[in-house]
Design a protein. Structure first.
Length: 260
């Protein structure tokens, strides 16, 4: 099936992409910055699944930033939707199959740091798996080891500095979802070293590492996690915040892609 999907995409675009981007909840508008856009709805790809979460469009968008060919996944698959991990990580496998060497994973995430501002962007320098699917032990914070390419992190920080964009660095924590975490869970994640929390990305990071892809992760901090703020949590707030900061998000990604 993977070979069929890869051939379908390559037959639809003028050349193989060099860089792929997974656009998280509310971040799909970034693809509007591409030139020469070719859109490939997931529904038209034989055997390809469809996302079911609001804010995930369900298509690939191929285009150019300058002369760099880029393939964007406008919508991802989550483990909480009932997908097996093979489906959750299918976009990463497709990126490898069509010839990409670099992947940028983006997401909307809850912020665990009171001193950070909603709408800040965070480059992911470490991650932890708080799903307890395979072990009851507290998870380790994973950094390096091919997960978070240091050169890409340096490029992101350089672009942020040149454009006066606030860019945090921190550890992203994966939880199962679809419900938001409790204050007690957030407190535990903080003690383990987590800075942001969400329901995606970590399986994709692991697959990208296994496939030898250079990977950069970027979180848009859309809401304070439970117990950090007295305000109730909602997916609507997530989408509202991503819309508010979409220009800063686009400026950061474009700056990174212009250097690659």
């Amino acid at each position: 099936m993977l070979t069929t999907i890869g051939k379908f995409i390559l037959n639809a675009v003028p050349e193989p992409p060099a860089v792929a981007i997974v656009l998280g909840s509310g971040l799909a508008d970034f693809s509007d910055n591409l030139s020469g856009v070719v859109r490939i709805p997931y529904a038209e790809i034989p055997g390809y699944p469809l996302p079911s979460v609001s804010g995930h469009v369900g298509e690939f968008a191929f285009g150019y930033i300058g002369s760099l060919p880029v393939l964007c996944a406008r919508g991802r698959f989550h483990y909480y939707e009932g997908h097996p991990l093979e489906t959750v990580t299918l976009p990463i496998q497709v990126f490898k199959a069509v010839g990409c060497s670099t992947v940028i994973l983006t997401n909307a995430a809850g912020c665990l740091r009171r001193q950070w501002n909603l709408g800040d962007l965070m480059v992911i320098t470490a991650h932890l798996d708080f799903t307890f699917r395979t072990s009851a032990r507290d998870p380790l914070v994973l950094a390096g080891g091919g997960f978070h390419d240091p050169d890409l992190v340096d490029i992101a920080m350089k672009v942020a500095g040149q454009n006066d964009l606030p860019l945090r660095q921190g550890a992203y924590c994966w939880t199962l979802g679809p419900t938001y975490e409790t204050p007690a869970e957030i407190g535990k994640i903080r003690t383990l070293g987590g800075d942001a929390v969400g329901m995606s990305t970590v399986p994709e990071l692991q697959t990208a590492r296994d496939l030898g892809l250079k990977t950069l992760g970027i979180s848009c901090l859309t809401n304070y996690a439970a117990g950090i703020s007295p305000e109730p949590l909602s997916h609507a707030e997530v989408l509202e915040t991503t819309q508010r900061v979409k220009q800063a998000f686009a400026d950061l990604l474009i700056g990174i892609l212009n250097i690659l």
